[in-house]
Design a binder for this molecule. Structure first.
Ligand SMILES: [Zn+2]
Length: 295
């Protein structure tokens, strides 16, 4: 396999590329038995570009696809990797919550697609052929994919960016060795602040990253869902910022500061305009008494 186009060989046989729109990172891991693709972009049309580019890079078939989480920019290209569009089809892995979230009958999917078509001109056409495909290989806590001479360890470590983020480790033959690569999905962000959305768990996120950090070595390269690679030190710093946001939400809530005033009243390590949903979701959890992670 040789590097083709602008895919970056982050480690031996680990190819990574940042794609627009959304600056989403796709990673292809080549093993002796085939290729695993982690995340599939926003549409089948965009996923076809992944397949075509990989075809120029290796004769090995894509046999496994992993969705790091349910957000559209990471999994709406899944249809390109199943029967009719890929022979033989790949098996698609994801957290068990994705089965319902990516079920074609989920009305939220069509509503979001309609919204996106008006946002980005290319999506108006790309999303016409949208075909929602949920993972069939569902992960509750842990799963392992054998690529032949190396393995992907898929771990659900708790809620954070969403309720279904997988943390993925690439390991070799030696089970005691530190992982070469960790794929963080959007549990870690490099191209911007951590993304607290309307489905995030701001009070639980730091504990999830604690579990992730415990499996990293000093030389492990971490691939975030958006942006360039980072080190364990970066993850530790981002975890501290996320924890500080959670502590400030708790403090303001306990002091009786109304949710609407919290962004303005608080002292934040992340620009307050990025924290609207963090505050809303944090207040909701505290109002409901959900102060401790369930994991
Ligand atoms: Zn996301």
């Amino acid at each position: 396999m040789t590097t083709a186009g602008d895919w970056d060989e982050t480690a031996e046989g680990v190819f990574r590329k940042r794609f627009e729109p959304c600056d989403v990172t796709v990673t292809a891991v080549v093993g002796s038995e085939g290729v695993a693709v982690i995340d599939t972009r926003c549409s089948p049309a965009e996923a076809r570009e992944i397949k075509e580019q990989l075809r120029h890079m290796t004769a090995a078939p894509v046999r496994w696809v992993v969705n790091t989480h349910a957000h559209f920019d990471h999994c709406w290209g899944n249809a390109e990797f199943v029967a009719a569009r890929l022979t033989p089809p790949a098996r698609i892995w994801g957290h068990e919550s994705l089965a319902a979230q990516l079920d074609p009958a989920n009305p939220l999917l069509a509503a979001l697609a309609d919204e996106l078509r008006t946002e980005e001109p290319r999506w108006a056409t790309d999303l016409l052929e949208l075909d929602f495909v949920a993972p069939t290989e569902l992960v509750r806590d842990h799963a392992s994919i054998d690529l032949g001479d190396r393995r992907l360890e898929l771990r659900f470590l708790g809620r954070g960016h969403t309720d279904g983020d997988l943390w993925i480790l690439l390991t070799g033959d030696d089970p005691g060795a530190q992982p070469t690569i960790a794929l963080a999905g959007d549990l870690v962000e490099r191209s911007g602040p951590p993304a607290f959305g309307d489905d995030s768990f701001p009070l639980e996120w730091a504990a999830t990253l604690d579990r992730a950090l415990s499996a990293l070595g000093p030389d492990t390269i971490v691939i975030p869902g958006h942006g360039d690679t980072v080190s364990a030190t970066f993850v530790r710093d981002q975890r501290a910022a996320i924890d500080a946001v959670a502590q400030e939400i708790r403090r303001l809530h306990a002091a009786g500061v109304p949710m609407e005033a919290a962004a303005h009243e608080g002292s934040w390590p992340i620009p307050a305009p990025c924290l609207g949903w963090a505050i809303a979701r944090g207040y909701l959890a505290l109002n409901e008494g959900r102060t401790n992670p369930p994991h």
